[in-house]
Design a protein around this ligand. Structure first.
Ligand code: C2O
Ligand code: CU
Ligand code: CU
Length: 495
């Protein structure tokens, strides 16, 4: 039985988690200038920090990623110690053409084990970053695979059991963009008009240091930071022209769900987790959970030079733990007039829908009772566990076995649940057949291929998928990373 130990420092303000005596993790414990952390309430900045854009590496070249400690400014003018795969945080962006083979030389330059999972890629099991395929501190690994899938915004991050949340929170994550001919034909906004937006909330002390230190309540609901950051910058701004922009949005937060909107402006969802939707969806807002991506087009042409628009998160009905506050995330300043003749294409991509009658089996997973409760060994030490259908993650147990080429329905049942769970399956893309309870409908961004689906309290969702011919062991789990790290993950094997 694995457990996380929570150790209370007597007299100190912090409760922090010990994951094996890592001194750098403890560095902020003695700080006296802590702000109130642990409260969910978001602190907006002054939106005068220019949005950083991570560096882009092309898959035509060998790629070098080195997990390392970096110093960066998350809050303007304050230094934070973070983790990155190259310089800074949350990058680089890897960009490949469908069909290309990719060669990533990875070095683990941090003092604990880590690895890389390629979220949304359909690649062999031994390249997928299963938590048993770890790279020890100081060791290296060559990730080598051929990309054979639709254009889309995928991403990569560590998948070390019980350390995923902390490592992602500290900055280890990046976008993995696949392009193909179908997408290129649409002539979507590109270059400076195509902007990556990785959203991550962080708890940051007033001196700029960050510390991943979930309390047992944080493990229960998820770890919420009061600083909402884009591409690693708190409350940034970006200058735009009066034209259409393409934003590739990734919710890279460990637990926080956002209800994204541009105030009164409508916008167009053109893609989600695994590429373009069949037709664009015009919306006012979009609920995006950890792990999910949205490809959106925003038209600033009706605005006048000098005006400002905010990307914000609106309130939503997210049970007890989420959605009660609305807050601004980043600012767009309209700084130049431009006339263009781009119109949002209504038809985007040819998608074949899988009919539910082609499924040979339905598997149901109860996630409503996924809080396994607290394991109190004494007053000072406790472990919070999560599960799927009563089972907590066991590295060696195969929970489900599926056959390559088979079509199955997987149903996640949160109808009696009180918490939110974004469920993610490795190694396969799925379509969403139905949602019953809660929002009671398939959402606009769920009308294409997905790899992660949010279940609000009270919801039951049916997904359908055909397993590809990548044999071996994969995982599926809740992408609330505190839930995942505390056991809300199972193994499945493709045979
Ligand atoms: Cu993005 Cu198993 O994760
Ligand atoms: Cu994944
Ligand atoms: Cu969960």
């Amino acid at each position: 039985m694995r457990r996380i130990e929570f150790i209370k420092i007597s007299g100190g303000a912090a409760t922090f988690v010990m994951l094996g005596g890592i001194s750098w993790l403890l560095e902020s414990c003695s700080k006296t200038n802590m702000m109130s952390i642990g409260s969910n309430s978001v602190l907006e900045g002054s939106f005068d920090y220019l949005l950083p854009i991570p560096q882009t590496l092309l898959g035509t070249n060998a790629i070098f990623l080195n997990a390392q400690h970096n110093i960066t400014n998350i809050i303007k003018g304050k230094k934070s110690r973070v983790l990155g795969y190259s310089e800074g945080i949350l990058g680089p962006i890897i960009k490949v053409q469908n069909g290309q083979s990719v060669n990533v030389n990875f070095i683990n330059g941090i003092e604990e084990e880590t690895n890389i999972h390629w979220h949304g890629l359909l690649i062999p099991a031994n390249m997928d970053g299963h938590p048993e395929n770890i790279v020890q501190s100081g060791a290296s690994f060559n990730y080598n695979f051929t990309v054979n899938q639709r254009a889309g915004t995928y991403w990569f991050h560590p998948h070390t059991h019980m350390k995923t949340a902390k490592q992602v929170f500290k900055g280890l994550a990046g976008m993995f963009i696949v392009n193909d001919a179908e997408e290129a034909n649409l002539n979507l906004p590109s270059g400076e008009f195509e902007i990556p937006i990785v959203i991550q909330d962080k708890r940051i002390y007033s001196d700029g240091s960050l510390n991943y230190s979930p309390t047992s309540e944080d493990v229960m609901s998820g770890y919420f930071g009061e600083h909402i950051c884009i591409n690693g910058a708190h409350s940034p701004y970006c200058e735009v022209k009066t034209r259409v922009y393409r934003f590739r949005v990734l919710n890279g937060s460990t637990a926080r769900v956002y209800n994204l909107s541009f105030g009164n402006m409508i916008f167009h969802i053109i893609g989600s987790d695994a590429g373009l939707l069949p037709v664009s969806q015009t919306v006012n807002s979009l609920i995006l959970a950890p792990g999910e991506r949205a490809d959106i087009l925003v038209d600033f042409s009706a605005l006048s030079v000098g005006s400002e628009v905010f990307l914000q998160s609106n309130t939503f009905n997210g049970g007890e733990s989420q959605g009660s506050q609305s807050f601004k995330i980043m600012k767009f300043k309209i700084n130049a007039q431009e006339t263009e003749n781009f119109t949002v294409p209504s038809s985007l991509s040819a998608i074949t829908f899988i009919s539910s009658s082609s499924a040979i089996r339905t598997r149901s997973f109860d996630i409503a009772n996924s809080h396994g409760g607290m394991n109190m060994t004494n007053m000072e030490s406790m472990a919070m566990t999560h599960n799927i259908g009563g089972k907590s993650f066991d590295m060696n147990r195969i929970d489900e076995t599926v056959k390559a080429g088979d079509t199955e329905i997987w149903e996640f049942d949160n109808s009696m649940g009180t918490d939110l769970h974004p469920m993610h399956i490795h190694g396969v893309h799925f379509q969403i057949l139905s949602r019953i309870g809660g929002r009671n409908t398939v959402q606009p961004h769920e009308t294409g291929w997905k790899d992660t689906v949010l279940l609000m309290p009270g919801e039951k969702v049916k997904t359908i998928m055909t397993f590809p011919n990548n044999l071996g062991k994969f995982v599926f789990h809740c992408h609330n990373l505190e839930h995942e790290d505390s056991g809300m993950m199972l193994n499945f094997k493709i045979i």
